[in-house]
Design a protein around this ligand. Structure first.
Ligand code: FAD
Length: 572
């Protein structure tokens, strides 16, 4: 196969599932056969809807973002958010096509729900066009996951059912209100209180939340401290705060204002005062921070998948433009330096997508099968994937803007919005520094690095084909270097470990992703397909190289890498 980018004028009005062989390949890799057979047609339909309707609507919404009416004309508090009709259509497309529901409830023609990864793959497709829409979908899925995992006695079933409804009329979207003005990363600094309600029905919450995305969601998860609870994260409990028009107009909750944000304008993010609003305890008291981390693992993965979807779109825009625009007498994709740009962007996206699916597969095995090995792998892979894909998405969107030349900087072209949106990826759900520190915590508390090394070994051990074996040897050398680096960090003091944390996260990302791509190359090579070998080779050169100048791979293998042309193993 080859993707012919000259067929398009721009990166919309097409089926994003169809034009994305990397997504299709990763879905096929981690899904069971029956999951793939069931999911394929649905992704085909969803990719078309996002590429056509959602993509167009997203631009309209960016120009007409949600607005807050705090008061009605009589001066009464109503806390109502007004949306453009295009937003309702996007919500309907996302939710009614099962972006959340199919991972939590048994969908038609199946015996059980799809894996959580299924929801994440939808998220990837949505982020071809709209990280804001994806945020509401992500928080709804995240809240559902928390209730699925932590509400043991089923007291909150009505909220789980509402979060996972397929029909928009029955759906209540999710939100999480964690951050307070004095503490975002430092959640233990939260001051919001929860006291038992006077009528015995739940709790009354008081405090201020500083960043609340999907502010008017029907089911908000809120962290608060009960009377006499200890300081710090150990004293936090988690509550469901239901919201409807009546509650919003009761005065028990107050939307102070919406943030004027750089991007993600389609999701309203605001400041909320909790003025005695009713909340219901999730699970056991004072375990809120632990429960919230369940949601955060999932949210961080949605962020990683979203960053990969964003990369896929800006890459698409870049390739479409480069196949059409002429400079110095030929289309710009024919210039050697542009070939290198497009090849390396493709490889970056492909590695990022492989690692994100790997992390999601580990999360699935942990939440659905309670697999301890997968839990420990997930504890490292999730923060590493969120950190690196977020940074890569910003860098790639910025460079895609340059590939579009002057037009890239103009609002009528989509990369400008995609870049604005992408900038949130390294910040929300934990900044890059916080994620790198989380990797250290996973190493220290769960010895999770040992599982990571074992998995790398597992991927490299079975590699025997002529094309992939030399690559496996190179990655194996780096794997030993990674083990040394991990030991160095583990045996140095706290400050020494922290100062190296981001470099270590990068190193884990590079070596693990290289091993993963080599294993994929091996599997494909056995079926006579050599393209992944070329990609893995380039990834290894790009990330595990020694800083020397590039070779001429981008010239020799441009069509195969950047346009996904099939390569016979005899051509390698
Ligand atoms: C558009 C948007 C939407 C959001 N939506 C929500 C939402 O729905 N719900 C919600 O709860 N929150 C939300 N947030 C808040 C977001 O999660 C926080 O802003 C983020 O976690 C960072 O927290 P902070 O703003 O307090 O920054 P700080 O914690 O003050 O961090 C500032 C800087 O210090 C660094 N830093 C902090 N601690 C350390 C350390 N120990 N070592 C090294 N560096 C450190 C950070 O990496 C960062 O660079 C949203 C934010 C944005 C921008």
């Amino acid at each position: 196969m080859t993707v012919d980018y000259t067929r398009y004028d721009e990166g919309r009005g097409m089926n994003y599932w169809e034009v994305d062989p990397v997504l299709r390949r990763e879905v096929e890799r981690v899904y069971s056969d029956d999951e793939y057979v069931w999911g394929e047609d649905r992704f085909d339909e969803f990719g078309r809807l996002v590429g056509e309707r959602v993509a167009d609507n997203s631009d309209v919404i960016d120009d007409n973002p949600p607005e807050l009416d705090t008061y009605d004309k009589e001066g009464e508090v109503i806390n109502r958010v007004r949306y453009h009709p295009a937003q309702h259509e996007n919500d309907r497309i996302a939710f009614e096509n099962g972006a959340v529901a199919d991972s939590f409830r048994t969908p038609p023609e199946r015996d059980e729900p799809m894996p959580v990864t299924h929801s994440l793959a939808h998220y990837y497709l949505i982020c071809y066009t709209d990280i804001g829409l994806a945020c509401s979908v992500s928080m709804t899925g995240g809240a559902a996951l928390v209730l699925e995992q932590c509400d043991d006695d089923g007291r909150l079933d009505e909220y789980f059912d509402a979060l996972t409804a397929r029909d928009l009329d029955d759906l209540r979207e999710g939100a999480m209100f964690l951050t307070e003005i004095q503490g975002g990363s430092d959640v233990g600094a939260n001051e919001t209180t929860a006291v038992p309600a006077e009528d015995g029905d739940g709790y009354r919450l008081e405090g201020e939340k500083w960043f609340c995305s999907n502010i008017d969601a029907g089911v908000a998860l809120v962290l608060a401290r009960r009377p006499d609870a200890p300081e710090g994260t150990d004293g936090l409990s988690l509550f469901v705060v239901p919201q409807d028009d009546g509650i919003r107009a009761s005065g028990d909750i107050f939307y102070r204002r919406l943030k004027e944000k750089l991007g993600t304008k389609s999701v309203p993010t605001g400041e909320v005062e909790l003025r005695g609003v009713r909340g219901y305890l999730v699970g056991e008291p004072e375990r809120g921070f632990k429960y919230m981390t369940e949601m955060l693992n999932y949210e961080r993965l949605t962020n990683a998948f979203g960053s990969c979807g964003t990369m896929a779109r800006v890459l698409l825009e870049s390739k479409v433009h480069a196949a059409d625009r002429e400079a110095f007498g030929k289309v710009i994709e024919e210039h050697p330096l542009m070939k290198k740009d497009l090849v390396d962007m493709t490889v970056t996206h492909e590695g990022a997508t492989a690692l994100s699916f790997e992390a999601a597969d580990a999360l699935d095995a942990y939440v659905r099968d309670e697999d301890d090995e997968a839990y420990r792998a997930m504890r490292v892979l999730v923060p590493v994937a969120k950190y690196r894909t977020g940074e890569d998405a910003v860098e790639m969107a910025a460079y895609a803007m340059e590939i579009l030349g002057g037009n890239g900087y103009v609002e009528e072209f989509p990369v400008e919005r995609l870049l604005r949106d992408a900038h949130v990826a390294p910040i929300w759900e934990g900044t890059s520094n916080i994620l790198a520190l989380d990797v250290l915590r996973a190493m220290q508390k769960e010895a999770a690095h040992n599982v990571v090394l074992d998995r790398i070994d597992g991927y490299l051990d079975g590699v025997t084909t002529d094309a992939a074996a030399p690559l496996a040897e190179r990655v194996a050398e780096e794997r030993d270097g990674l083990e040394e680096a991990m030991n160095e960090v583990a045996t140095t003091g706290v400050e020494g470990a922290q100062v190296r944390a981001k470099q270590l996260a990068d190193y884990i990302y590079d070596v693990y992703t290289a091993a993963l791509l080599v294993a994929e190359a091996e599997r494909d090579a056995r079926d006579g397909d050599g393209r992944k070998t070329v990609v893995a080779r380039r990834f290894v050169d790009q990330h595990l190289g020694n800083g020397r100048l590039t070779d001429e791979t981008p010239l020799e293998w441009f069509e195969e890498i950047a346009k996904y042309r099939t390569v016979g193993t005899d051509e390698l």
